[in-house]
Design a protein around this ligand. Structure first.
Ligand code: KG4
Ligand code: ZN
Length: 306
């Protein structure tokens, strides 16, 4: 739906949410062999994100809650990603370092418990997923391009092109990916007619540059905190090269790496339900019964800290 526009069109997204949310909820309940009366609390994404799309979720959650007489709970989207590995068969233990890599965010956090998050570093410009998507667009791979670029990269030589590793030696835990996209564009222009046969090589070199920075900074975050456990969350966490390189580097250091199941890496409702349940169990948040729903399009995760 968004592909012809090369990015998400907010108005199309929120209209599509309206059409899909109730049939999808019904389908999920049916597959789980449950009904609406089995639901204790309704969690929804309160932010951050596109206001129109958030309002659909908040409105539906509050309407359902009011109709069923059940409380509702607004959840932070990134906290959903952060806690999504707890849905896996082998959940992590607190404390851990979290590498949050999505289309909108690239952050390293120290996580001491539910709601106890300290920001260690983040991107000063583009997010890692954005770097994948923008580079993929330059290579004509469509949108969202991360998975497509990664697939093409498997047939290429990651050492074929020398691309920048921004802020690799900055001495802090911040990231910058905007320059990489420019370097990919310059390289693609330089290749001209030769781009087509070298596309896989350029894709592989781009992926390698992004992954190397993510892995090195993650290791630096482990060193800085002295922690021995890292959780990778967000859509880019599905990237195979990232998983391979991080696993290899952490195995050498005796550090445990946790990933959400592949299907739970990209945006999903289960992680929001899980985060809501964990917040309630930890006594971090009360579910509301006034159904005065609100959304927060901009909402820093550390504002959640207890
Ligand atoms: O977390 P997510 O589903 O949505 C946001 O909250 O942004 O992340 C989407 C991002 C997109 O930029 C997409 O290109 C990227 O994750 N992505 C990948 C892969 N799968 C998804 N990037 C690289 N390799 C992948 N396999
Ligand atoms: Zn996300």
């Amino acid at each position: 739906m968004h592909q012809p526009y090369g990015g998400v069109v907010p108005e199309l997204a929120s209209r599509d949410h309206i059409r899909r949310v109730l049939p999808l909820a019904q389908q999920v309940l049916q597959e789980a062999g449950r009904g609406l009366p089995d639901v204790d609390v309704i969690a929804y994404t309160r932010g951050p994100g596109l206001a129109g799309a958030l309002l659909v979720g908040a409105g539906v959650a509050c309407a359902l809650g009011a109709a069923l007489g059940k409380p509702v709970l607004g959840v932070h989207h990134l906290e959903g990603h952060l806690l999504s590995p707890f849905l896996s068969a082998d959940p992590p233990e607190f404390p851990f370092v979290a590498l949050l890599v999505s289309g909108g965010h690239t952050q390293l956090m120290q996580v001491d418990g539910v709601g106890r998050y300290a920001l260690l570093g983040e991107t000063i410009d583009d997010a890692a997923g954005e770097a994948f998507d923008k580079s993929a667009k330059l290579l004509g791979l469509g949108y969202p391009g991360g998975p497509a670029l990664s697939r093409l990269a498997e047939q290429g030589d990651a050492a074929a092109f020398k691309l920048p590793r921004p802020l690799l030696h900055s001495g802090d835990l911040d990231f910058s990916f905007a320059g990489l996209k420019t370097a990919v564009m310059t390289q693609a222009k330089k290749l001209g007619d030769q781009l087509e046969p070298r596309k896989a090589d350029l894709a592989a070199s781009t992926e390698a540059a992004i992954v190397e920075v993510l892995v090195k900074k993650s290791l630096a975050a482990l060193d800085a905190t002295g922690l021995r456990r890292i959780v990778v969350a967000g859509g880019v966490g599905a990237n195979r090269r990232l998983r391979q390189q991080l696993d290899a580097a952490c195995a050498k250091r005796g550090v445990r790496v946790h990933y959400p199941e592949l299907s739970l890496c990209t945006d999903n409702g289960a992680m929001i339900a899980m985060a809501g349940a964990m917040r309630l169990q930890a006594g971090m948040q009360e579910a509301r019964t006034d159904y005065a729903f609100d959304v927060r399009p901009r909402w820093p995760l550390d504002a959640l800290a207890a």
